[in-house]
Design a protein around this ligand. Sequence first.
Ligand SMILES: [Zn+2]
Ligand SMILES: [Zn+2]
Ligand SMILES: [Zn+2]
Length: 173
Amino acid sequence: MTTAFNNAATTFSHGGHDHGTCVETALAAAAGICTKRGARLTPLRRRVLELIWRGHAPVGAYDLLRALAKKQPGAAPPTVYRALDFLLAHGLVHRIESLNAFVGCAHPQQVHGGQFLICSDCGAAAEVHDPRVDAAISRRAAELGFTVRHKTVEVQGLCAPCQDRLQEAGHGN
Ligand SMILES: [Zn+2]
Ligand SMILES: [Zn+2]
Ligand SMILES: [Zn+2]
């Protein structure tokens, strides 16, 4: 994968990059993974993935349903949930539990627990993707005889652009 894509996906991107490339790369990666695994990336599943990738901020299932219904009247919640289950099962998206929302994965080729820095102001989520964090959690879990089911790390805070914006707003007063 191109470094430009990785940089865009692992930093907080507010426009300042060619997001079309992110979407194209993600869709191409998804198609490749599905072909390799003999899984079917149906037009609906692809469309849901594309909708999730409309930006780097996590998208809720209800928003997905609403966006989908524009082109596909009668799209029912179970349809969307089934598509999401498929995308999750193949590691193409991550579920952000604290926001009850979904975000595209920029590294779907490797199995990994999601690690995210989430901006509580603009809602953007940057995937950290550090294998050392995964390893540390697995090691500690093994020491405690703990069976890990989901390994998503969600860190809340403020992204740099939002800090700048809030600081400027503060100076204005
Ligand atoms: Zn992007
Ligand atoms: Zn990921
Ligand atoms: Zn922000």
